[in-house]
Ligand binder design. Structure first.
Ligand SMILES: [Fe+2]
Ligand SMILES: [Fe+2]
Length: 186
């Protein structure tokens, strides 16, 4: 990020808290930009890229949890297998929220299966025993937690709506990791 970008939307030299009236007037134009108004700053493309990588992560997590649900169910611990399905559905809700936000920002949500794994932070897993499944999911959840934490720090006050959404998703990923940790060794 350049120094110029850093200061583009800073308070005026007087230090007074004043709205940028010109930007407010400009917001009444360029209607094709929808939710994105002049004060958004120059980070829209970067935020869409971060969100698309998060979308890929969520989609891979759905596939991994579904695979585990269908192959573990009824074998050793139906209760844990059922929780894999609960997680899959929660990851699906995360993916939907992220895709919706990408569109609001004027971007294209990337659902292309050919390079999902390449862009996903977390990996797929086709373990056949329950303990390996739990471990693989815990690894993936911890990777998701770390990537969301970093995204939230990077976005800071640049896009409060995206940050709030990511904070909600992060809280749920932390719950997932916590539950999986409890199931390790059971
Ligand atoms: Fe998720
Ligand atoms: Fe998760």
């Amino acid at each position: 990020m350049t120094q110029q970008q850093n200061t583009a939307h800073a308070a005026p030299a007087s230090g007074r808290l004043q709205l940028d009236e010109a930007a407010i007037r400009a917001a009444g134009q360029r209607l094709d930009d929808g939710a994105v108004t002049p004060g958004f700053g120059p980070w829209r493309d970067d935020i869409v890229k971060l969100l698309n990588d998060a979308l890929a992560t969520e989609l891979v997590c759905i596939l991994r949890y579904k695979r585990h649900y269908f192959t573990a169910n009824g074998v050793q611990s139906p209760a844990i297998a059922d929780e894999f399905l609960v997680h899959a559905n929660e990851e699906s809700a995360h993916a939907d929220k992220i895709a919706e936000r990408i569109v609001q920002l004027g971007g294209e949500p990337d659902f292309a299966p050919s390079h999902l794994l390449e862009r996903s932070h977390a990996g797929y897993d086709a373990s056949t025993d329950l303990q390996s499944m739990v471990r693989a999911n815990l690894v993936a959840e911890r990777i998701a937690v770390e990537s969301y934490r970093q995204m939230i720090n990077l976005i800071g006050d640049k896009d409060p709506t995206t940050r709030r959404m990511l904070e909600e998703i992060l809280a749920q990923e932390e719950e997932h990791a916590d539950e999986l940790k409890d199931w390790l060794g059971h």
